[in-house]
Ligand binder design. Structure first.
Ligand SMILES: O=S(=O)([O-])[S-]
Length: 324
């Protein structure tokens, strides 16, 4: 009984300590000059409105009437502090239901997405601002689903929550009032943005195609396996460029010139058909976002099933170790 009490006490101390650490996670506030310099890069992106600075995001929130800010993090992180007015969603909210696939991590249907967006107070005219606290990769996954299903009134906040704090803006723990609406995507789903297992198999023997692995290097070599996947390794022949190479240390996106250099120097050029994958299509949505929206590549598809699906089918080949 005494041991049980001690264990509970340790758990509570660790929990409170973790929460305090998380809340106090230092983000240096940028100077006016640094913030102005940051604004300079957006005009060079292929889609110059798709990433906005925190300063611009705040202006949009103040001027536009129909704006929905979505914080894409676990609810515990949201409850410790978020951008004022933001609502919270997390991966299960926009993933397939448990009985749809034999493995985890697939996107939800267009209909589930419509119900979610309506319940958050959006309709098809709503401008949606997205952010997270991991360099916007969860935000990019949400963008990818919106984009594929047909809603393009959307932007990511550069640097995510850190970008907001770096601009000197406050966070809140209060939740906004939500007035649900009806949301319907306009138009048809754009399948050109999605790669399936069959697309990946075909790409393996196509000299004009590239399969791009954006996971951490030890996942690519097969040294580590993230939970949810079934075997260690990578899709044979894939090229490795980790998604985070597109980010600065402060989690903001690099300039278009810097990004071009990173991808083109490793053969990931706009003339190729590119399929991007990671563990479950989240980090790969980030690279898909960078290549298509920031650099203007036209033939890039996110492999939704990613390593989880590939590793599930034991008959599919895998490669391990250093790149060949
Ligand atoms: O980001 S992830 O899909 O690889 S977990």
């Amino acid at each position: 009984m005494k041991k049980f009490g001690i264990a509970i006490l340790i758990f509570v101390i660790a929990l409170v300590g973790g929460m305090l650490w998380y809340r106090g996670r230092g983000v240096e506030v940028k100077s006016e000059i640094e913030l102005r310099e940051q604004e300079g890069k957006y005009a060079d992106y292929a889609n110059s409105d798709i990433v906005v600075s925190a300063v611009r995001a705040k202006e949009i929130m103040e001027k536009e009437e129909d704006v929905l800010i979505i914080d894409i993090r676990r609810s515990i992180a949201y409850s410790l502090g978020h951008i004022p007015g933001a609502v919270n969603v997390w991966r299960p909210d926009y993933s397939a239901d448990d009985d749809e696939y034999p493995f985890e991590g697939m996107r939800c249907s267009k209909e589930k997405m419509e119900i979610l967006l309506g319940s958050l107070g959006a309709d098809e005219n709503t401008f949606i601002l997205l952010y997270d606290d991991r360099g916007d990769y969860d935000a990019a996954r949400f963008w990818w689903q919106l984009d594929m299903y047909g809603h393009n009134k959307v932007a990511l906040i550069d640097g995510g929550l850190d970008g907001w704090k770096a601009a000197g803006f406050e966070v809140t723990t209060s939740k906004p009032e939500i007035i649900p609406k009806e949301f319907r995507f306009k138009g048809e789903m754009d399948l050109q943005k999605l790669a399936t297992l069959e697309d990946v198999k075909e790409a393996m023997s196509d000299p004009d195609s590239i399969i791009l692995d954006v996971r951490a290097f030890n996942e690519f070599t097969g040294e580590t396996l993230k939970s949810g996947a079934y075997r260690k390794g990578r899709i044979p022949g894939s090229i490795w460029i980790e998604y985070k190479e597109a980010l600065n240390e402060d989690n903001t996106f690099k300039t278009a010139d810097e990004l071009r250099e990173i991808y083109e120097s490793r053969g990931v050029t706009p003339d190729k058909n590119i399929i991007v994958y990671c563990q479950s299509g989240v980090r790969s949505a980030h690279t898909t976002f960078v290549l298509t929206q920031l650099l203007g590549y036209e033939n890039v598809r996110n492999y939704d099933g990613s390593w989880i699906e590939w590793s599930y089918y034991v008959e599919l080949p895998i490669e391990t170790g250093e790149p060949k």
